[in-house]
Design a protein around this ligand. Sequence first.
Ligand SMILES: N[C@@H](CCC(=O)N[C@@H](CS)C(=O)NCC(=O)O)C(=O)O
Length: 185
Amino acid sequence: MPYRLFYADGSAAMGVRVILEEVGETYELIETEIGAGMPRAPELLAVNPNGWVPVLLWEHGAIYECGAIVTFLCDRYPEFRLAPAANDTDRGVFLQWLFFFSSSLQTAYQMTYHTDRFCESTADHDSVQHRSGRRLHELWQVVDNAIGNREWMLGQKFSAADIYLFMLTTCYCGSTELSTNAVPS
Ligand SMILES: N[C@@H](CCC(=O)N[C@@H](CS)C(=O)NCC(=O)O)C(=O)O
């Protein structure tokens, strides 16, 4: 059975799509709506109660969370060397970036694009949104400092962490504005 991917243009699902392309697997995109305030498709909610993309369907069920899907695919196709193997000295740092991207940066993007979710009342909205912009700036600075003069996140070695980073720097999570616009200079 080919993979099926819950997908929205400009979303985090693009990173998973790139990996499916890299490993040359056939897949079907299930285009879905993720805009703020828009209802989520029941088919999406059935496999991810959070209503987020990506969700990857494969012959044994559904997987959500970018970091999990990326690790799953890299480990499933080790011949493409998209991730350090479990006993490789770079494995820990590879996982560190995936978890950091997912838990810190993507959460800050959700605060920016789905601000209401983080507010008790509408009076909090502007304050939370402003703080999320500054938070993005702080978090991107951490990534920027870590990269320094390196070519890739792991130094000389290209990996799926770079694909994930490419996705994060270009996705806009269903908003009509590019994500870079959310980061104050
Ligand atoms: N932690 C999740 C975050 C995924 C996420 O934020 N996806 C965005 C698209 S870039 C989304 O579906 N947003 C819709 C929403 O938050 O309701 C992951 O790593 O998969």
